[in-house]
Design a protein around this ligand. Sequence first.
Ligand code: 8IG
Length: 270
Amino acid sequence: MTDTSPYDLAKEAAATLAELTGVEKHDVALVLGSGWLPAADLLAPDGQSPTAEIATTDLPGFGAATVAGHSGRIRSIAAGDKQLLVFLSRTHFYEGRGVAAVVHPVRTAAAAGCRTMVLTNGAGGLDTSWSPGTPVLISDHINLTGTSPLVGANFVDLTDLYSGRLRALARQVDPSLDEGVYVQFPGPHYETPAEVRMAGIIGGSIVGMSTALEAIAAREAGMEVLGISLVTNLAAGISDAPLNHEEVLEAGRAAATRMGELLSRIVPQL
Ligand code: 8IG
């Protein structure tokens, strides 16, 4: 027996998704990162509930969620003329399940018909003007994981990976949105102050443990990518305060309504 390719596995997951949700084709996929979960409830139009909610483990190729504050569920939501596919959690590179597992939701969304990928995350900020709870548009990334979701001679162009068109749309909704270069570290430890200084010197302004690998897979699949970081803490050494996962979750809870409103106003225009 030959191993199923990650692309075939994504096709199988998309077929099961269509069966379980009763939705033949989805349009826009969203991955909700740390601090973004409460925003999910604001994505459905007033008073409406999701078309369906399933467990990631109902689909081929997904493992169980492991990080506190993440729930391994997927919602299908009808919002205006768009069918949204919302991943309420993600698999992180630091879980050690391999890069293919990290990008499986992205490939599943592409196989389900999605042409747009909205990647959100919780992250540390290098700009002291970003108080905890500030959303920042990702303009580009630096991938410090030392790996790629692509295997073989697959030279995907990453120029304009984070769509200028979608960033402009987001800024129409909220003109106060800043943007920054996202640096994906492998984690799960936070950076040292020296690593954060390095991230700044090489051109980064947001540090996190996700998104870059997923964005690469999304671009490979031909999707248009919008990335938004919720800066829940100043990165290590930028302020004197130690980093703490509970505080990160709390900053997310405090910003949840704003993030939900932001997403629900951007999504209909995608
Ligand atoms: I929330 O300061 C959150 N996620 N790497 N560094 C990294 N990831 C993060 C951080 C941070 N804050």
